[in-house]
Design a binder for this molecule. Structure first.
Ligand code: G3P
Length: 214
């Protein structure tokens, strides 16, 4: 499974990129606003750190506005991907951008039907939100398993980005379900390489080594 970082924080991205673990980055308007920096500057900086796809989301709600933003954003860096909302206008924009060779990520997907629509419109990536489904008492990971089946059934080219990941279990379950990509908050990712028994084990090895007569 590829790891994308779900953050617009450049320090978090640099830390993970150094380990070779950042296959791409996803941002959204909330994450960009949190950084308090200029949208274009942040996206271009991220695109220079990570060679993989970097999603930048449009804020227009009408297809015409989405497309205007998308054609502008697409010029910012060669690895930028246009993130579009899962609406009729978003699908229209996705279809047109795909026809023009621009990569897209259709976001805010909460059902198999929505994922199917985005795949059929040619989305490079589809982003189902597992955490927000769990929040309303619906098993988010079930949607990932079902979307994987649909994509395999018909050979759609879209890759599933598991989004709204809230914990290690989500990452593990996404990989087991065969998701192509998990987009992981920058603050969560370091917890993936940690385990209390690893720390206890290191402590014991060092203590035993210290007892050895030199
Ligand atoms: O990738 C989408 C993600 O940022 C949403 O996460 O935790 O706000 O549901 P969350």
């Amino acid at each position: 499974m590829k790891f994308f970082l779900d953050t617009a924080n450049v320090d978090e991205i640099k830390r993970i990129a150094k380990l070779g673990l950042a296959d791409g980055v996803t941002t959204n308007p909330s994450l960009i606003a949190k950084e308090g920096r200029d949208f274009k500057t942040v996206i271009q900086e991220i695109c220079s750190i990570v060679s993989g796809p970097v999603s930048a989301e449009v804020i227009g709600t009408k297809a015409e506005d989405m497309l205007k933003e998308a054609y502008e954003i697409a010029q910012w860096a060669p690895n930028v991907v246009i993130k579009l909302p899962m609406t009729e206008d978003g699908l229209y924009a996705c279809h047109e951008l795909t026809q023009n060779g621009i990569k897209t990520n259709v976001t805010l997907i909460f059902s198999v039907a929505q994922g199917l629509m985005a795949a059929k419109a040619g989305a490079t990536y589809i982003s189902p939100f597992v955490g927000r489904l769990d929040d309303i008492g619906v098993e988010g990971m079930k949607l990932i398993r079902e979307l994987r089946t649909v994509i395999d059934n018909y050979g759609y080219k879209s890759e599933i980005i598991v989004a709204s990941i809230r914990g290690i279990a989500h990452v593990e379950q996404a990989a087991i379900a065969g998701a192509h990509i998990g987009t992981i908050p920058g603050s969560l990712l370091p917890s993936l390489w940690k385990h209390p028994l690893t720390d206890i084990g290191i402590e014991k090895f060092l203590a035993d080594w210290g007892k050895m007569k030199q």
